[in-house]
Design a protein around this ligand. Sequence first.
Ligand SMILES: N[C@@H](CCC(=O)N[C@@H](CS)C(=O)NCC(=O)O)C(=O)O
Length: 256
Amino acid sequence: MNHLLAPAAEVVESQRPEARAPNSSPLHPLPGKLTLISHALCPYVQRAAIVLAEKGIAFDRQDIDLAHKPDWFLRISPLGKTPVLLAGGEAIFESAVICEYLDDTTMPRLHPADALLRARHRSWMEFGSALLNTIAAFYNARDEAGLLARAQEIRTRFEQLEAVLGEGPYFSGATFSVVDAVFGPIFRYFDVFDTLGDFGFWAGLPQVQAWRQALAARPSVQQAARADYALLLRQFLLARGSALSVCMNGNAEQRC
Ligand SMILES: N[C@@H](CCC(=O)N[C@@H](CS)C(=O)NCC(=O)O)C(=O)O
């Protein structure tokens, strides 16, 4: 599914973690400077940026315009999608693969050591990707009935999460994992959606709400999106020509 085709200026900026995490020594040396080819709103880019930050890895971030993909980008991105991680002459594509590569090479490990638990975490990463498709279907819905049906699908996914979450604050307890890196950007959408109307996403789901808050407070999650993210997302949603755009149209403060 095409998630984000809104224009975004091409920007290169260096992301240097303030301090390297105490146990962030490499398992295998990284091949020099890393560059994350990005889009300002892309949740898949953000999950990679969060993992980079959690591991204290410095990297350059280069935003591109997905509505006008540069030729150089199409040459290195076989699927024409962000993110791509440039590492030592290799262009690694697919966000889950990028996260796995970073976890294979640099401490601290964000996946569990136990193979079965690791498989469980990978399953919930996939769940997160499926939820992103439902979120895209929500903001692209052509009419009110479609919008409300997609909102109900999102609500059902949150109920499934509520059933598997433990004491928190993170997905698997006290330790931040790649699943948390996947859901930080997912919950960020709702900081804007919640200003547009009450779609019944959260009532009666205390664990999901607490998880959302814990992720929003995590510096790596906060730093994975630009300061103007909410403004850019509002502009993007307004331009969709969707039922949600109609809710917003003409009055940015209007609630659906
Ligand atoms: N499965 C991919 C999904 C990446 C994706 O959908 N990226 C979107 C932006 S968020 C994209 O590049 N869309 C442009 C297109 O599909 O043409 C991943 O996990 O990296």
